[in-house]
Write a protein that binds this ligand. Structure first.
Ligand code: NAD
Length: 463
């Protein structure tokens, strides 16, 4: 039998990932048995980080970037193996993106006023130790992205990752500490516990040495941090609609939407979760999705079976279906789809459970609307007031403007796939913590700072 090199490489990567998943976490940097010890270690490390020069921090961040690039494939394989969600190819891209483009210390800026009465500066200072709760959907991507931003700003960070992604998260946390040590910094700039639970999360939320919390996940965790009595950044759930109006380049819209929707099997919170299409272009759009973009048209019977499979009787998501590819989902309802199938489409009312629910699966329900006005109202209804992400395909600037105003989301992509919002095929920087609910939007180092005014009265103005 001929075995090609790529096949061998894939096997080696999978084996490496499973070896890493089996590595005892006690051998790795930044991992503690209990939350109090983890917080204490991060507190001690922050004393050193606080007084580091920006150059020193930047040197360490450049080592973090290198380590993530070198380990992108391992992290991607670990994430998929441990969480059973997403796909390795797209997870490699996500890690590379985070390594290359997450802002570092350049994001920390100073505002100055000078005049007759002297010089006043507003500087961005660290909070200290930040408590960060991270999801299953982008586990190591979020750990890396948050650590780079928080550390660039002079903080250290305590993570309470999702228990179902703990090994992948620990592997990423270890890499962050290795980078710090290699760059002459302290250990424990990022820490966690061996077994994160709701109890360890509560200890973190209440701990007096943690002044700022950052939650990335669904509505439960965002509400929990916002009820903690502390300052909190809440990056919550979305259900992004993609609206295609009558003026759109329909063929391109079909391609962009399917590409965005299927990226990492629809796990990103910004990804297209349903389509709203004007009646006059709706059939054409569906045709392009099916004939050119690998979409499977689900009939009523398949839709019903999918609804009963991916959503439980109590209305919750079936976690075994989240982040699975289209062919796997179809096989779960008895459909044997061809190798080219990457997305499931159907037309339905906006109240359809597969349309109104944030599924995080490559299933795109299409809601047909009679005109632009009804389209805006429908998209707004489907976004559920999350004010997270929405997308539009249109050549009418007035339409785009009105849609953007009405939806009022942290992210709005016009005429592109959703991932363009993360600087992937679009301008700007990436993050996997999009603070939709608390309004910071795409977080970066400056988000994790407090503003400090420093005033010199009647001096140091040299104009
Ligand atoms: P999840 O809400 O189940 O878990 C997220 C994290 O919160 C985990 O660490 C979990 O253990 C913790 N958690 C959950 N409830 C908690 C509570 N009551 N108290 C303390 N901790 C709690 O989410 P998930 O399935 O891992 O991720 C998917 C969800 O996260 C989706 O809704 C998605 O839209 C959202 N998300 C948002 C962003 C963003 O940037 N806005 C990024 C990624 C994911």
């Amino acid at each position: 039998m001929e075995v090609d090199e790529r096949y061998i490489h894939e096997i080696v990567q999978k084996v490496m990932a499973s070896v890493q998943l089996d590595t005892a976490s006690s051998d790795l940097h930044g991992v503690f048995k209990d939350m109090d010890s983890a917080i204490e270690a991060a507190y001690e490390a922050q004393k050193t980080v606080r007084v580091m020069t920006l150059d020193q921090r930047e040197k360490i961040i450049s080592i973090m970037r290198r380590k993530i690039r070198e380990n992108a494939e391992t992290l991607a394989n670990m994430g998929v193996s441990e969480t059973k969600m997403g796909n390795v190819g797209d997870k490699i891209l996500k890690h590379t993106l985070v390594a290359d483009k997450t802002p570092g210390t350049e994001d920390i800026t100073t505002t100055a006023w000078s005049g007759d009465r002297g010089l006043t500066l507003v500087e961005m200072g660290p909070f200290g130790v930040i408590g960060s709760i991270t999801p299953t959907t982008n586990p190591s991507e979020t750990v890396v992205c948050n650590t780079i931003g928080m550390f660039a700003a002079g903080n250290t960070v305590v993570f309470n990752p999702h228990p179902k992604a703990i090994k992948t998260s620990i592997f990423a946390i270890n890499l962050m500490n290795e980078a710090s040590i290699e760059g002459g910094g302290p250990d424990n700039i990022a820490v966690t516990v061996e077994k994160p639970t709701l109890e360890t999360s509560n200890i973190m939320m209440k701990h007096p040495k943690i002044p700022l919390l950052c939650a990335t996940g669904g509505p439960g965790v965002v509400t929990a941090v916002l009820s903690s009595g502390k300052r909190a950044i809440g990056a919550g759930a979305g259900n992004p609609p993609a609206f295609v109006d009558a003026t759109a380049d329909v063929r391109k819209a079909a391609r962009d939407i399917v590409n965005g929707c299927t990226f990492d099997n629809n796990l990103p919170c910004i990804a297209e979760k349903e389509i709203v299409a004007e009646d006059s272009i709706c059939d054409e759009l569906m045709d392009y999705m099916i004939s050119e973009n690998g979409c499977y048209l689900a009939d009523k019977d398949v839709q019903d079976k999918l609804s009963a499979t991916v959503i439980t009787a109590k209305g919750a998501l079936n976690r075994d279906c989240v982040g699975k590819d289209a062919r796997t989902l179809l096989s779960m309802v008895g459909v044997n789809a061809g190798a080219d199938i990457r997305c499931i489409v159907f037309e339905g009312p906006k109240e359809h459970p597969l349309i109104t629910t944030e599924l995080m699966m490559p299933i795109l329900g299409v809601v047909r609307v009679k005109d632009f006005k009804e389209g805006v109202e429908t998209a707004k209804w489907l976004e559920h007031g999350n004010r997270h992400s929405a997308h539009i395909h249109s050549k009418n600037v007035d339409h785009i403007t009105e849609y953007a105003r009405e939806l009022d989301t942290a992210i709005l992509v016009k005429n592109g796939p959703s991932y363009a919002a993360l600087g992937f095929g679009g301008e700007g920087f990436p993050t996997f913590t999009i603070a939709s609910r608390t309004g910071e939007g795409l977080t970066s180092a400056s988000t994790f700072t407090k503003r400090r005014r420093c005033v010199m009265s009647d001096s140091l103005c040299i104009r």
